[in-house]
Ligand binder design. Sequence first.
Ligand SMILES: Nc1ncnc2c1ncn2[C@@H]1O[C@H](COP(=O)(O)OP(=O)(O)O)[C@@H](O)[C@H]1O
Ligand code: SF4
Ligand SMILES: [Mg+2]
Length: 318
Amino acid sequence: MPDEPLLRVEEVSKHFKVRGRTLHAVERVSFELDAGQTLGLVGESGSGKSTLGRVALRLLEADAGRVVFQGRDIAKLSSKELRQERRHMQIIFQDPLASLNSRMTVGAAIEDAMIIQGVGTRAERRKHVDELLERVGLPLSAGNAFPFELSGGQQQRVGIARALAVKPKLVVCDEPISALDVSIQVQIIDLLKDLQKEMNLAYIFISHNLGVVQYLSDRVMVLYLGEVVEQGTAQDLFADPQHPYTRVLIDSILKIPESSAERRPMTGLPGEMPSPFSPPVGCPFHPRCALAQDRCSAEKPQMRAVADGHLAACHFAG
Ligand SMILES: Nc1ncnc2c1ncn2[C@@H]1O[C@H](COP(=O)(O)OP(=O)(O)O)[C@@H](O)[C@H]1O
Ligand code: SF4
Ligand SMILES: [Mg+2]
């Protein structure tokens, strides 16, 4: 199947039961991702980005829809097959310290990822650990350190080395720079970009920082209350945002002075996100949308093409 993308997500939904109520975390999301490409995911906190990233790796089971990785429906893999496939699907977290075992040295933690996957002999693994440390910009001595002895930027480099130790094809980067100082963020972004090129990695890149998403992504998806409201190439979506929510997100960063240390988008948006337990009828954005009309609270807008490869779910887009 030469046209099969690396990852195909079809109409995936994920709900959580919370004290007997159903929380709509991800609703009927579809996308495709090719090897070596980056899909950026943006949206306010609670919009379903992390849940979608985890469902794509089957760290969470989807309630509906399919996730097809390398041509195979990952829900149908046996636990042994899933373990083998995991090698190709890794994740990098916002807080590397929380994801690393505090009692393992950095070298052991990176090697552990290879042991879990049954990769290499002991000598090969040790050699690869040293190569990885060097590749992610850490001194070899870091291999003998414990995670808490390293700076935040160094810890994230360990998180990256651990994810890449098994030579994955897809990496979900879930807010990988959000906890880092701005100067370090740039270094980590450049490292991720270089590694992507070298290893032909596909990224699902989740970030609050729209500038970084624009810089790294080939395509971008905007999530609102678990639903995709707009998707397109990074260039089209940022140059010509079609959905009012996307425009508000982009405006929210432009309003903050460039020099401000608090230059965090997605704060100061109008109104509050409605409850994910009972999403609004009609357009999910209508209670907060400055352009809402009567139709918007009655009829749900469907995702439709507003230009080639550029889709938006707003009655008045295009
Ligand atoms: N394990 C869970 N149990 C219950 N609710 C959850 C769980 N994980 C996420 N949620 C809820 O699902 C929604 C989406 O969360 P999340 O995917 O973490 O959003 P984001 O990453 O965009 O901030 C939120 O309302 C969140 O509270
Ligand atoms: S459909 Fe209506 S409420 Fe929804 S984004 Fe468009 S204008 Fe706003
Ligand atoms: Mg998240």
